[in-house]
Design a protein around this ligand. Structure first.
Ligand code: ATP
Ligand code: MG
Length: 397
């Protein structure tokens, strides 16, 4: 048989145990560091399980991108369904992402279709849909928790659904409550545009999901890697690097994408394990290097940046002491016939590179004999930076 590259690829062992654990809709078995939010939600909803349909809940969940709002609410829905099933209570949860259902009509149709399997396909009017919904809830004595996720999408567009839904509880003489609502928005200020009446339909309480800390991101990543990646492909040091890079925004989705893409990079380049450069390349996909930032640097800042990249590349390490960078910088300056700047000046230039987020700096041994500053490049591929620097330095010198 001729050499067959497809067969060759088959013989290679994938670096992943299961790549799907990095998919955005994957629901992890363990939800770490959201115990408090789950406890608060459970306390708020307990009366609905204790005395079905005697009361209802309306709350707003806020928090930045990728802080686990959706996944936590999925887990909470499972708990609600389990506890109500245990007690023979009819409780339904419909979780709607307003990004995929952008109008009141689409949302209402989705709710009704989730609850009534044999609803006719022909276009029912909104009031017919609402009536069918209320009839079913009453007839089956079912409480519905509706989660409107990414609600900001409909806020400036079509908020009729909020008026419509408020009628489910109000237009009912027996005073039984069949609908609870959780609305998810990034920031509570997004609700400013709503009038008071609508706002009161939405909210009794607000639960805010704080950003994850670096350590929390680290724990969550470790857990996911155990499921998704073969042992020894990602070192603790690399996980620490990714946790540090994503801690500023707390965005777990970004952290998981970085892991997946850097493992793919290592696999495609036949590296034994994920290298710092693999992570930088993966990250550069999300935040490309700004040429404007580089153009604003003076020649010596450019040379220092180049020195940093050279040393990081030859040593294949994450962090390099400033002393070694200064030595490399001096050689680069002299090669160009430039007088190297003083150590104080070098330090100032390094601070400037740090402020532009081109590099990061960490101080070691804060309390022991003297401090040692270590420099790293996290966000961009060294190869890409070197290409850009070569061009700009040539123009300037
Ligand atoms: N505590 C956690 N434990 C395990 N995985 C988590 C945790 N928090 C978030 N994740 C994972 O991170 C990703 C982002 O989480 P999620 O989609 O819930 O964020 P979000 O707050 O809803 O973001 P957005 O505002 O963009 O909708 C998901 O893949 C989710 O599985
Ligand atoms: Mg979400």
């Amino acid at each position: 048989m001729r050499f067959n590259y497809i067969e060759e690829e088959f013989t290679k062992k994938s670096y992943f145990l299961d790549e799907t654990v990095f998919d955005s809709d994957y629901i992890p078995k363990n939800l770490l560091h959201r115990e408090n939010e789950l406890i608060i939600l459970s306390r708020i909803f307990l009366p609905l399980i204790k005395q079905p349909n005697s009361t209802s809940r309306k709350l707003i969940v806020t928090g930045n991108i990728g802080v686990g709002k959706t996944v936590t609410l999925h887990k909470f829905s499972d708990m609600l369904k389990e506890s109500s099933k245990l007690r023979g209570i009819n409780f339904e949860v419909v979780h709607i992402n307003c990004r995929s259902h952008r109008t009141s009509y689409l949302i209402l149709t989705k709710i009704v279709k989730s609850l009534i399997k044999d609803i006719p396909e022909r276009g029912l009017s909104p009031s017919e849909l609402l009536n069918s919904l209320m009839e079913v809830l009453k007839k089956t004595n079912t409480h519905l928790l509706l989660i409107l996720d990414e609600m900001s999408i409909i806020l400036n567009n079509d908020v009729d659904i909020l008026y419509t839904l408020s009628r489910v509880n109000e237009s009912n003489i027996s005073k039984r409550k069949y609908l609870s609502l959780i609305c998810v928005v990034k920031d509570v200020h997004m609700l400013k545009s709503l009038d008071d009446a609508t706002l009161s339909t939405l909210q009794n309480e607000i639960i805010h999901f704080k950003n994850y800390t670096k350590q929390q991101i680290f724990d969550i990543i470790i857990d996911r890697i155990k499921l998704g990646v073969r042992p020894n492909i990602i070192s603790k040091d690399i996980i620490e690097m990714i946790a540090r890079m994503t801690a500023r925004t707390g965005d777990m989705r970004m952290a998981l994408k970085l892991i997946k893409n850097s493992v793919l990079y290592a696999e495609r380049h036949d590296l034994n394990s994920v290298s710092p450069e693999a992570v930088r390349v993966a990250n550069a996909e999300f935040s490309p290097l700004s040429r404007d930032d580089l153009n604003r640097l003076n020649l010596h800042e450019l040379l220092i940046f180049k020195a940093i990249c050279n040393v990081l590349q030859t040593q294949n390490k994450r962090y390099i002491p400033i002393k070694i960078i200064a030595e490399e910088y001096k050689i680069l300056s002299e090669n160009l016939g430039e007088q190297p700047r003083s150590n104080t000046q070098i330090w100032e230039y390094i601070q400037n590179l740090k402020n532009l987020e081109l590099i990061s700096v960490k101080i070691l041994n804060k309390n022991i004999k003297g401090r040692k500053s270590m420099v790293s490049v996290q966000n961009y591929s060294i190869k890409t930076i070197q290409g850009e620097l070569k061009r700009i330095i040539k123009e300037r010198s």
